[in-house]
Design a protein around this ligand. Structure first.
Ligand code: SF4
Ligand code: SF4
Ligand code: SF4
Length: 187
């Protein structure tokens, strides 16, 4: 998909909202018909083994510290300190407990850096892109806060800073700031 810069896009949006809608619809049509892409040869990934996870949530704290995010309170359960119950603009990684009858399992939720990411297809400005090592990154200077990416992601991963005057889209970027220094993801 051809990427356009923020200024050009804003002009286009001001000229007519329908144009934006048509562009998004066109992207979706191509997404439905194209061949499955192959991962880059240097693609990285993260294995989460639910059979080994004990739900201690140390990875949630490590993610928060590595990404400079403040602790959250679980307001639904008495305000437990730093025990978020869902992903949010302040939490990029969470461990959930799933139960069905007597069966249960912990499940780690974060961006999965999809091979064919719906969020990237939806973002007509190219703020979200699949980059080196297959990591899906977000670029503030290209984002206009339309939140199409939030609607497009089938896993409800991208979050929006509703409380900020200049809000950002927040999601895991596989700690690419750490990978650049030869470190592994904090979680
Ligand atoms: S935000 Fe959603 S669609 Fe985009 S790469 Fe992550 S999991 Fe995939
Ligand atoms: S809100 Fe999402 S879809 Fe819209 S410009 Fe920003 S990253 Fe792209
Ligand atoms: S890779 Fe980094 S940003 Fe992503 S969930 Fe792990 S610690 Fe958080």
């Amino acid at each position: 998909m051809k990427k356009i810069d923020r200024r050009t896009a804003l002009k286009g949006l001001a000229a007519g909202g329908l144009a934006a809608g048509a562009a998004a619809a066109g992207s979706n049509a191509r997404a439905g018909g194209h061949e499955r892409p192959q991962p880059p040869p240097d693609a990285v990934g993260m294995l989460y083994d639910a059979t080994l996870c004990i739900g201690c949530k140390t990875c949630v704290v490590a993610c928060r510290e590595a990404n400079g995010l403040p602790p959250e309170r679980d307001t639904a359960h008495g305000g437990i300190y730093d025990a978020p119950i869902d992903l949010s603009a302040g939490t990029k990684n969470i461990i959930e407990l799933w139960r069905e009858g007597d069966e249960w399992s912990y499940v780690k939720r974060q961006c999965m850096h999809c091979l064919d990411p719906a969020c990237v297809t939806a973002c007509m400005l190219g703020a979200l892109q699949k980059r080196e090592h297959g990591i899906v990154t977000w670029e503030a200077s290209r984002c206009i806060g339309c939140r199409y990416c939030q609607i497009a992601c089938p896993f409800e991963i991208p979050k929006f800073e509703w409380d900020e005057a200049n809000p950002k889209i927040v999601k895991c970027e596989l700690c690419n700031h750490r990978l650049e220094k030869g470190q592994i993801p904090a979680c």
